[in-house]
Design a protein around this ligand. Structure first.
Ligand code: AQP
Length: 333
């Protein structure tokens, strides 16, 4: 694919910081898939972002490959989309440095993810963690992106990316497209199964029953959903007073394409055991085919690595042009 000027451009990425969780799938990947026919889409394995936390060099390469394979297995077509690994395109780091000079320390210090992650990784509050949103701005702005499909937690970062683009354009003219943020109406924040007040993460380590990982075996998926926290009302209803049940209803609704009111009607008079089983079956029905395709792709690492090349080359071609425009605008010789 090359960028077709008549189509809008979509960019998004996921960190190879573990096996994606159901939250990543519902909040981000399902939208990636839905957009691929109508837009020119770039989907990135953001491996530079993920090194804000220490990674084991012996396993990091495979973690990156796994996420790439999951993208493809989940239905992102490498012919239709530009699917690539961030570190294969040096322009991301290069533009990131430049944009650092158009971003204020005060803005970065206000980012809630920086505050949360600084608490979570007290022993390694590195400058990369602080500058993370600037690299994200570079990712998006390099491709003239119109739309960025993300979950709710990324809204603040993308608002900053918009501010950086507007600020840069004010000085140098219309260099960057100011991107719109595309957050799903339902499923933008899937919560932990055992603690529905906090978002489900792929880097979950404290309690593995909190997250469903896309490569969990079907019996594990069913068992995690059976153990999900609910309440004592025994009525399948969506409401602020029912965070556990509402989270499960959201998962069911997104995975089956049933609206929340229809799902409530479907489970009227049914007990929580029945409801949780149905959510488990819906998750297995969606994830099992992805897992089978993933296994097939991972069985031939050579072919998988070769699949990464065209995406990186196409992305690099577009990114280099934008970087040149930025350099010219600034006055580099
Ligand atoms: N729980 C979620 N519900 C809906 N969308 C979510 N996203 C993440 N969690 C949820 C969206 O997934 C995309 C990729 O985000 P990421 O790579 O930052 O994933 P993560 O699971 O948040 O990352 P980690 O490594 O597990 O880090 P932390 O410690 O932050 O949890 C984004 O579009 C995101 O919105």
């Amino acid at each position: 694919m090359s960028i077709d000027k008549s189509k809008k451009v979509v960019f998004s990425g996921i960190q190879p910081s573990g096996i994606p969780a159901l939250g990543n799938y519902i909040g981000a990947m399902m939208n990636f898939k839905a957009l691929q026919d109508e837009y020119d889409c770039l989907y990135c394995v953001v491996d530079l972002h993920a090194i804000t936390v220490r990674r084991d060099p012996k396993t990091y390469g495979d973690q990156i490959r796994r996420l790439f394979a999951i993208y493809v297995a989940a239905g992102l077509d490498p012919e239709k989309n530009i699917i690539f690994v961030q570190s294969h395109v040096p322009a991301h780091s290069q533009l990131s440095w430049i944009l650092n000079c158009y971003t204020y320390v005060g803005e970065l210090g206000r980012m809630t993810q920086f505050k949360d992650k600084s608490r979570k990784h007290e022993e390694n509050v590195n400058a990369g963690l602080f500058n993370y949103p600037v690299l994200q701005a570079a990712d998006v702005l390099l491709y003239g992106t119109h739309l960025v499909p993300v979950g709710q937690d990324q809204k603040q970062h993308l608002e900053l990316a918009r501010d950086i683009a507007i600020r840069f354009n004010k000085v140098y003219g219309k260099i960057f497209t100011v991107p719109e943020i595309l957050i799903p109406k339902v499923g933008a924040r899937i919560m932990k199964l055992q603690d529905p007040f906090h978002k489900m993460d792929k880097s979950e380590v404290e309690n593995l029953n909190n997250s469903i990982f896309l490569l969990d075996e079907p019996d594990v998926i069913i068992s995690k959903l059976r153990k999900a926290v609910t309440d004592s009302e025994a009525v399948v209803r969506y409401g602020e007073d029912k965070p556990g049940v509402s989270n499960l209803l959201t998962i069911y609704s997104c995975l089956t394409g049933t609206s929340i009111p229809d799902a409530e009607r479907e489970f009227e008079g049914k007990n929580y055991g029945f409801f949780k089983n149905a959510v488990g079956e819906a998750a297995v029905a969606v994830l099992e085919p992805i897992q089978n395709e993933y296994k097939r792709l991972m069985s031939d690492r050579g072919a998988l690595d070769a699949m990464m090349k065209p995406g990186a080359e196409k992305a690099e071609g577009i990114a280099k042009n934008m970087l040149k425009r930025v350099h010219d605008a600034i006055g580099f010789i």
